[in-house]
Structures are given as structure tokens and as C-alpha cells.
Design a protein around this ligand. Structure first.
Ligand code: SF4
Ligand code: SF4
Length: 456
């Protein structure tokens, strides 16, 4: 095993002020489970889970309480033991409406997991472990939330030759992955080995930005005796280095074709926290009931990296960190570049909540955006080599054909265009609108063609 520098240079990256100093040196703290948790049914990409418990039911810690629906979905589990207090509706951290299962904590953490641990995984058929990963409700914990059991089952004919483990954590303020690598490197490495076994032995590249030397050292120590083709790749600290497409380009020099997937170029990317979750599921028989979340920002009295139960409200996270020091201007789940602004603190954290950021009023842009001055800064900043100014103008003018023709669906919503725009145009919001309209138009077209086919 050796550590190498990233072999390929990325075009169009930003060098941001990372603001990680408030929490980078702080060890993980275990937050006591709150009196009540609200488990969202939408905390992954795909169809929401369906509750399989009813009001008044008694549940154990780790017990399955909601089942997947359809091809892309995930199980959800009780993150405390206790009683189902209610099943209701609310908003998830993504800002979308979702169903919640509210659990009253009895404080006992009575075990309820139905997963059968497989400490003998190395002698098991790799594919036989995939249903266990599905049953543990593991999804991409870096933020994407794509169900892991689907990701590690590539379509027929696609060979995964490289597993890239994403420890880049390029979003400002966030240090959850960094601390996880520094403190739980063995656990992550064990999870990586399980994934390697499942995938049939691809080479391993653990990618970490070079501004996290302690994390690199911790992973080097854990992987010192690694067998096979295994390397740690030290990436230049730049944004958005941790985005899937950018990571593959930087580590392997392979470009994912427009509309394609990492599997199209023989790669699979898993976040370090996802690898740790795989170990906990397979070896310990523990589903996803908690995760590390960085609670930080100028307004948080005592910033921290917290191991918190899924379903803990943002208000409870803030209270654990000593509350706010002033009036909140904005609460963001995730980082400031790709995170989602929240309408309040009553929203519960989910499996993909890596950070909570509290910004004061004065740091929030309160004035209106101005017209585009054709400065082209957004074009030079776009890591996907798109034309954000032209696309967003086409979105505003409702020119759907132009929006589609300019590869809007390739936008990774990194926020670089918004960040550099001197006119403070709401670029990412417009790009999201454009993507949603193109996807809707494609779906409608498919349905029309299907209906025509039936008539014919
Ligand atoms: S948000 Fe989309 S359009 Fe804007 S810079 Fe990122 S990839 Fe390019
Ligand atoms: S950065 Fe803003 S002002 Fe400049 S071209 Fe892009 S959208 Fe227009």
C-alpha cells in the first residue's frame, strides 16, 4: 500500500475558505438519544419507505419500521427503543414533504435489530451479502443517499475495476468524514474490504484531500498491511473535488459520458461513512440508526462533531451544542455550497445529514439579484464545462429545447456558478428548475409514446 498524489488535474475548481478550524480538531461526541425522534420516510434517493408499524406499537433499537417501495428505495429502522407515538406528515431536510414515524424513547435501547451478523463474510459468497446491506438500510451517506445495495449491483456487462472511497469532504465547514477517518479508520478499512469482496476484488483508491494530513495518516496506519492493489490518493484541496464525477476524473482520468454512470467507466464511489456503515451491518448486525454530523457555523455556541441518532431534530442538535449565540439568519443542512436551507429547526436529521450550519443574518444575501452582465465567470467556474449563464437565461425564458440541448442534466448542483456570479443570480435554483423541467418533459414524452404504442 502506498500514498500517491492525484494523477490527473481537474479543470475549473474553486479555492474556497474552508472554515473547518472550528471543528477539525474536535473529537467525536456521542449525543444522548433525545426523548423523541422523528424518522423520515424520505432520507434516500428513490421512492419513500412505507411504514410497517402503527401508533402504539413497541419497537426495539434497530428494528425495521418502514419497508422499501419499488426498485429504488430503502429500509428505515428505529433509532431508539420505545413506542410509536404518531405517524404524520412534515418536511424532510431536502425541503420536500414526507411521512414521519415519531418514536417516544424509553431510554433503554432495547435491541431490536433483525440483522444476522456475518463476521465470517470473507468465506461467504460476496453477492449473498448484498441483501444484508439492503436490509440494513444503507444509503450513500456523503449526501447523495442512493441505496448502496443497488449501487454495488452494477448492470450486467459492466465490470467495476476500481472502488474509489471518498474521503475528500470538500464542502466548507464540514469535518464529519475527517473525524471519522481520524478516529474510526479501522472500521472504514474493514468496510472497504467487505465491499471489495462483494465487488469481486477491484483495486482500491482511498481519496482524501491533502489539507487533512491527520486523516491520511490514520488511514495509512489502518491500511498498512493491505493486500492487493490498494492506494491512498492525496487530492489537492479544491472544490468540488468530492463530487463523484470529479473524483473519478482526478483519480482515474476517466470522464463519465453525458447522462452516464460511474459504472460506465468501470468505477464505483462510496463515501467513508458508507463504508463504516457496511462494516457495522455485516460484522455487527447493526442497521443505520446513527451518523456523525458536524454542527457548526458562527452562530453555534459550541461547535462539535456529533454521533447522533437518526431522527434527532435540528433543534435538539443545536441545544446539545449550547444553543445559538444570536438571531439565526439561515440554517443549512449540509455545507454552504450544496446544502439545503431549512425553514425551521423542527426538521429531523436523516441518514445523509452530514452537517448543520447556522449562519447569522448579516451573512445572508438579502438583496435582489441583478441582470447577467455576460462576464462569463460562471462558465469558467463550472466543473462540468456547461454554459450556466446561457442555460439559466433559457430556463427563465422557458426555452426547454435549448435547456435540454445544453446538457443541463449534467449539472451536479455544486453551486460554483452561484458563488462566482457578480450579479448574484440564483444560478443553482435556476439550474435545478431546468433539470426538473427537462426530466418532466422526458417522462411525459415516454408516457405519450407508451400510450400510442398501446393504441397501435
Ligand atoms: S451548479 Fe451546475 S451549472 Fe453551476 S457550476 Fe455547478 S455544475 Fe456548473
Ligand atoms: S457569472 Fe453571472 S453575470 Fe457573469 S455571465 Fe454568469 S450569470 Fe452572467
Amino acid at each position: 500500500m502506498k500514498t500517491i498524489k492525484a494523477p490527473f488535474k481537474l479543470p475549473n475548481t474553486l479555492h474556497l475558505h474552508y472554515h473547518k478550524e472550528a471543528t477539525a480538531a474536535l473529537a467525536l461526541e456521542v449525543m444522548p438519544a433525545p426523548a423523541v425522534v422523528q424518522i423520515p420516510m424520505s432520507q434516500h434517493l428513490g421512492a419513500p419507505s412505507r411504514p410497517i408499524v402503527a401508533r402504539g406499537d413497541s419497537v426495539g433499537l434497530g428494528q425495521p419500521i418502514a419497508e422499501p417501495v419499488g426498485a429504488v428505495s430503502a429500509w428505515a429502522h428505529a433509532s431508539v427503543s420505545g413506542v410509536v407515538k404518531s405517524i404524520g406528515e412534515g418536511l424532510s431536510t431536502s425541503g420536500r414533504p414526507t411521512t414521519f414515524i415519531e418514536l417516544e424513547n424509553d431510554g433503554l435501547d432495547r435491541p431490536g435489530s433483525t440483522l444476522q451478523p456475518r463476521p465470517d463474510w470473507a468465506s461467504a459468497d460476496g453477492k449473498s451479502l448484498i441483501p444484508l446491506i439492503a436490509a440494513a438500510g444503507i444509503v450513500g451517506m456523503g449526501g447523495a443517499g442512493f441505496p448502496t445495495h443497488i449501487k454495488i449491483s452494477p448492470p450486467a456487462g459492466r465490470i467495476i475495476d476500481t472502488l474509489i472511497v471518498n474521503g475528500a469532504e470538500c464542502e466548507p465547514f464540514l469535518t464529519a468524514d475527517q473525524r471519522l477517518m481520524m478516529e474510526k479508520a479501522d472500521l472504514i478499512w474493514n468496510g472497504i474490504q467487505i465491499l471489495r469482496h462483494i465487488l469481486g476484488g477491484p483495486r482500491i483508491r482511498v481519496a482524501i484531500e491533502d489539507d487533512k494530513p491527520e486523516a491520511i495518516r490514520a488511514m495509512e496506519k489502518a491500511m498498512a498491511r493491505a493486500d492487493g492493489d490498494v492506494e491512498i490518493v492525496s487530492l489537492p484541496a479544491a472544490y468540488p473535488m468530492g463530487a463523484e464525477k470529479q473524483l473519478i476524473l482526478s483519480v482515474l482520468g476517466r470522464e463519465i459520458p453525458s447522462g452516464g454512470l460511474p459504472a460506465d467507466v468501470g468505477a464505483l464511489v462510496e463515501n467513508v461513512a458508507t463504508c463504516a456503515a457496511v462494516y457495522e451491518a455485516i460484522v455487527l448486525g447493526q442497521p443505520v440508526t446513527q451518523r456523525v454530523v458536524t454542527v457548526t457555523g458562527p452562530l453555534i455556541r459550541r461547535p462539535a462533531n456529533i454521533l447522533a441518532r437518526i431522527g434527532t431534530t435540528l433543534a435538539d442538535l443545536i441545544a446539545f451544542c449550547g444553543g445559538l449565540t444570536g438571531q439565526s439568519g439561515k440554517l443549512i443542512c449540509g455545507g454552504p455550497m450544496m446544502g439545503v436551507a431549512q425553514i425551521g429547526a423542527d426538521v429531523p436529521m436523516g441518514k445523509t445529514t452530514s452537517g448543520l450550519l447556522a449562519l447569522p443574518r448579516e451573512s445572508v444575501r438579502l438583496f435582489d439579484s441583478m441582470p447577467c452582465i455576460s462576464c462569463n465567470r460562471c462558465v469558467r467556474a463550472c466543473p462540468m464545462s456547461l454554459l450556466p449563464c446561457t442555460i439559466t437565461s433559457a430556463v427563465e425564458a422557458d426555452q426547454l429545447e435549448t435547456v435540454e440541448a445544453l446538457h443541463t442534466l449534467d449539472c451536479i448542483e455544486c453551486g460554483c456558478c452561484s458563488y462566482v456570479c457578480p450579479s448574484r443570480r440564483p444560478m443553482v435554483q435556476l439550474m435545478r428548475q431546468g433539470k426538473a423541467r427537462v426530466q418532466l418533459a422526458r417522462r411525459q414524452k415516454q408516457e405519450q409514446e407508451k400510450a400510442k404504442g398501446k393504441q397501435g
